[in-house]
Design a protein around this ligand. Structure first.
Ligand code: SAM
Length: 282
């Protein structure tokens, strides 16, 4: 039997065949290392028979790792040439694989052909945070996942309050669940080789949402305001969203947050409490 995963030679052959020159704009850095693919699939804890959604399958490196593990994969790809080729590549290498390819912009997709329980992806780096938040927001069937992102972004997503890199992506991610980094990945496993190393980030969704949709929107607006000007005190940066500094102070006090607090110190629950206290959610 032939190879079941793609290596460097297969990746180049496929790119040649399709006339694909990887573009920066679409974050096209393809994994050329089967060990990395198997490591991601293993870290993700993919179970046979499970439905998994992949964002940006590209030439199929990770997709084949997921189908090899017995997952039934829904793959969302924006590049038409890649979306068209993927089913052919996969059926050639793994005839029994279960795969559905959706040729769409993952940032805009509102419906999937199925209810995937897991998200596993090597995300396009320029949109990794928004696309991750979009999927968590719109596809509640996803209860866990592993994504590969630019290292700096991954550490931000998984950061806890008090960390130097804690910011708006950390708080928004925490709205949905618990996050952890799960190992770095060398830039050398990609073609073309990117300028930065990557990190795997895993999450488990909360069993119960911490607030309503209106509360999420209000909380996210506060978070955006709070981290726009990092050096300011929170009551100053929130006065933009809440009208004035007195209103901001009152909402913080009612939420049990000390008046001198900085955004970097607050948990998602603190931000939610301020949103509730400020009646932004009414
Ligand atoms: N999964 C493949 C791998 O590991 O080799 C490719 C990963 S590459 C980092 C990102 C992929 O996302 C590319 O195939 C790119 O075309 C695709 N992509 C970029 N923007 C997208 C979008 N908005 N929606 C869906 N796919 C997108």
């Amino acid at each position: 039997g032939g190879a079941r995963l793609l290596g460097p030679a297969e990746i180049r052959d496929l790119a040649d065949l399709l006339g694909v020159t990887p573009t920066k704009k679409l974050g096209q850095n393809f994994v050329i290392d089967a060990n990395t693919v198997r490591r991601i699939v293993k870290t993700a804890g993919v179970q046979a028979g499970e439905q998994v959604v992949e964002i940006g399958p590209g030439l199929g490196s990770l997709t084949l790792g997921l189908t090899e593990a017995g997952a039934s994969v829904i793959a969302v790809e924006i590049d038409g040439r890649l979306a068209e080729q993927l089913p052919k590549t996969v059926s050639l290498m793994q005839p029994d694989a279960a795969l559905e390819v959706v040729h769409q912009d993952a940032l805009r997709i509102l419906e999937l052909p199925g209810a995937p329980v897991r998200l596993v992806a090597n995300l396009p780096y320029n949109i990794s945070v928004p696309v991750l938040l979009h999927f968590l927001e719109h596809f509640p069937s996803i209860h866990a996942g592993i994504v590969m992102v630019q290292a700096e972004v991954g550490f931000r997503i998984a950061a806890l309050p008090g960390s130097k890199v804690y910011g708006s992506p950390s708080v928004k991610a925490a709205w949905y669940g618990d996050w952890r980094t799960a190992g770095t990945v060398s830039r050398q496993v990609f073609w073309p080789v990117p300028n930065v190393d990557s990190v795997l980030v895993g999450f488990e969704r909360r069993t119960d949402a911490i607030g309503t949709e209106a509360e999420r929107l209000a909380t996210f607006a506060l978070v955006d305001g709070a981290f726009q000007q990092r050096r300011k005190m929170l009551r100053q940066s929130l006065s933009g969203v809440l009208g004035d500094s007195a209103t901001a102070s009152a909402a913080m006090e009612a939420a049990g947050v000390k008046p001198t607090a900085r955004g970097e110190e607050l948990t998602v629950h603190d931000f939610l409490a301020i949103a509730r206290a400020s009646h932004l959610t009414d």
